[in-house]
Write a protein that binds this ligand. Structure first.
Ligand SMILES: *Cc1c(COP(=O)(O)O)cnc(C)c1O
Length: 394
């Protein structure tokens, strides 16, 4: 199965996941065309009922007023198990009536981003890096979207004037060395516009690295073409983080898209969200991270679900997240273990949460345990000089 062919080549003919009868007549050339995929997205009970046996709760969710935008590419919809209401693909994109339930701590701007925005679309929370929101649009919409307060709007988007203000802020803020493009999904921008933004960022000398956070390779892998990768690779060092939550998302189409990006020299990471019923077990996470590293994607963060409206039923306890990391660390490749984080409600940033491996500390002795719960003592020096406090960042 793990032949080098499967991993490293990208055949001109796209490998295709079998598709439902509804789309059997669609010529491959259309199915493989990202424009066709976007133009034929599904969002209503009538459309989805053609391929999925909808539950009453899903019908309630799809019919509710004021629900966060629904739109699913035919490709991603084709991965849904039509008969399994617990299908991990389906839970991520088809709303349930439960989505409307309020819960303790719920907040539309749970991460306090708006309060950290010096100009619209720019979130500057950390000293040396910023989040730059470049579009409100996505290829499909995740039900637990942390930015549902602004994402998916049919009318609001960022304008050239917003980009100008964002770039002007970055030009006058030399502490920023890392810019993280997000949204919405930056790979939904017209390539010409994205190229313009990247060109302008690269013209700022103190910006060392640029990163793109995108789920397009997963929702719309057809969009990752040789020409898109040729455009992106002009802007190295450019990093891309994708968003995969379950191993079922790593189809031949997605694996091809990831290989194209990796072959363009782009280091790939994955940010997944811990979601009840989707990936909240050691087994589900182990299968996911193993499949990711086989595709040259380094698991980067595992996020505790944010406290945004619509996401209440996806929350797990924090203990479950700790158990999952405990079940990975030491048991499998260190490369495959993401950092589990809580993005602090109110705007404290990402806080890592880990199993505790340090059992006790005494002068000269640190007692630690390993992944098998065996206990060891490390003898540390007692004459080691304390760190000088310069107050300067590295
Ligand atoms: C996540 C995030 C970043 C990047 O954080 P890293 O830990 O460097 O990946 C930067 N700015 C904001 C506002 C963020 O939410």
């Amino acid at each position: 199965m793990l032949t080098s062919d499967a991993v490293h080549t990208h055949p001109p003919i796209l490998a295709r996941t079998p598709r439902p009868a509804l789309w059997a007549h669609v010529p491959d050339a259309e199915w493989d065309d990202w424009r066709w995929q976007l133009a034929n997205r599904l969002n209503s009970v009538d459309e989805l009922a053609q391929i999925v046996r909808l539950t009453d709760d899903e019908i309630a969710g799809l019919s509710a007023d004021g629900i966060f935008r629904v739109d699913i590419t035919p490709y991603f919809a084709s991965l849904i198990d039509p008969d399994d209401p617990r299908c991990p693909i389906r839970l991520q994109v088809i709303p349930q009536g439960r989505e409307l339930q309020a819960f303790d701590g719920m907040s539309a701007d749970s991460l306090g981003e708006d309060g950290h925005s010096p100009v619209p679309g720019l979130v500057h929370r950390y000293p040396d890096r910023v989040l730059m929101l470049v579009t409100t649009q996505c290829a499909s919409y995740c039900r637990y979207c942390t930015r549902s307060r602004m994402v998916g709007s049919p009318t609001l988007n960022f304008s050239q004037a917003d980009f100008d203000a964002q770039i002007a802020y970055l030009e006058r803020t030399p502490t920023v060395r890392d810019v993280l493009l997000s949204g919405g999904d930056p790979l939904m921008l017209a390539p010409r516009i994205l190229e313009q933004v990247l060109t302008r960022l690269r013209a700022i000398p103190h910006i060392e690295i640029v990163r793109i956070g995108s789920r397009v390779p997963i929702f719309l892998p057809q969009r990752v073409t040789e020409s898109l990768c040729a455009m992106l690779r002009q802007f190295h060092p450019l990093w891309v983080n994708v968003h995969v939550n379950h191993v079922k998302e790593l189809t031949p189409e997605v694996n091809r898209a990831l290989a194209l990006l990796a072959d363009a020299g782009i280091p790939l990471g994955n940010q997944s969200v811990l979601l009840a019923g989707v990936n909240d077990s050691v087994e589900a996470q182990r299968d996911l991270v193993h499949a990711l590293v086989r595709q040259r994607v380094r698991p980067y963060y595992l996020y505790q679900c944010d406290l945004v409206p619509g996401a209440g039923h996806f929350r797990t306890t924090v203990n479950r997240g700790i158990e999952i990391i405990e079940g990975l660390r030491g048991h499998t490749s260190g490369y495959a273990v993401p950092t589990y984080v809580i993005d602090a409600p109110g705007g404290g940033g990402k806080i890592p949460v880990m199993p505790n491996y340090v059992l006790s500390q005494a002068p000269g002795r640190v007692t630690v345990r390993n992944y098998e719960n065996n206990v060891y003592v490390y003898h540390e020096p007692t004459d080691y000089p304390p760190a000088p406090h310069t107050g300067e960042r590295p």
